[in-house]
Design a protein around this ligand. Sequence first.
Ligand code: GLU
Length: 467
Amino acid sequence: MGAMTVRARFAPSPTGLLHIGSARTALFNYLFARHHGGEFLLRIEDTDRERSTAAATEVIIEGLRWLGITPDQPPVFQSTRMARHAEVARQMLAAGHAYQCFCTAEELRQMRERALAEGRSPRYDGRWRDRDPAEAPLGISPSIRLKAPRDGDTVVEDLVQGTVRVGNAELDDMIILRSDGTPTYNHSVVVDDHDMGITHVIRGDDHLTNTFRQVQIYQAMGWDLPRFAHIPLIHGADGAKLSKRHGAVSALEFREQGYLPEALCNYLMRLGWGHGDAEVISSEEAIRLFDLDGVGRAPSRMDYAKLTNLNGIYIRHADDNRLTRDVLERLAHRTDLALGANAAKRIRALVPALKERAKTLVDLADAAAFLARPLPLPMEPKAASLLTPEARLMLRDVAGALAAAEFTPPAIDATLRAFAESSGRKLGQVAQPLRVALTGSTASPGIDVTLAALGKEEALARLAAVA
Ligand code: GLU
């Protein structure tokens, strides 16, 4: 890559959500820039003023922040650059690379209809390309069209797709500046990418047809082309383009559903980029390893189950204080819980055991909720049936033994084993009713760690409530 400093960018249009396909595009740009010691920039393509609300922009910025895909500079807002886009269009006009078109909307409509009726694709026929503007009808403000090459091909040496080309005869003279003075999409993108010094344009392969048009604008301006890399889109398991009906598609929806951002990034990175068999790749390693030669040409398929498994691995390795904070946040709105300092302490104590089985933070919060329940505990039906009169009597005796125990997992374990032995029971016959009384359910981490996390006072209160 020589001495050139890599500058990549993510250029979302604020549509109201950060689609995970877009998030992956952002991630690839980010990793590519970091890998090459370059810069990663963000441009908000907010020229559609109706859709581009502040809230829609915020969703993107928040999604990127959550994922840790942080740009190196404040975002560029495309809408603020319209005067510059118009200026470049006028330069092209002055240089003879563009021309004014005085067609009326009605004329263009007729041109379209004729082409369609004759089975041709509806292209502008170039009628003002070589015409003297002095012949312009009065009262029509012209649009500015690119004087595109008519012969030969426009070629893109794509870093993922290889050489792709289109015959110039296929492309008409596109409008770069509308008659109302507003720039068109492809023109704005080129001017912005050029002015931002973008060296690599990495984006979804649905933009490939735009790229041919954009290349023509670079060439008309005599600007260096960036390198292009068009990455295949993400599909659902059925092979159709990923959409809501496959599952979550927006980054913040995954957050709600309890995915860790680094697990989602790890999964997205591996989706369409291959590196041996390694599934778990830290963000530092990702930066070290990522490059475009590992990006395949086939669409990748989103596998939610695989993501969830990976998330479970990340949860098991996550910091306990962080997980506790997240659990407390997720439980904060629940009116059936009493989430005071004591409950927080219990949750923190049991998180190391709970995280072993949680696949999502939602699972983790659900599994921790019993620690914050006020008494009497609601009982799952299956659990309630274990609290027979005989079990309740036994629990009274167990409570007596526990009252005298030191409340650490090993001491609790020893106490319960001694109790089981002296009363002629198996440990499970003691532990299971105990678990039900303490948790309201038949599943929890080991009874010793569960008891220790509750603490003696709370544990005995829970036993007293049923015994
Ligand atoms: N704004 C375009 C989009 O959201 C991306 C444009 C680009 O990357 O060049 O699809």
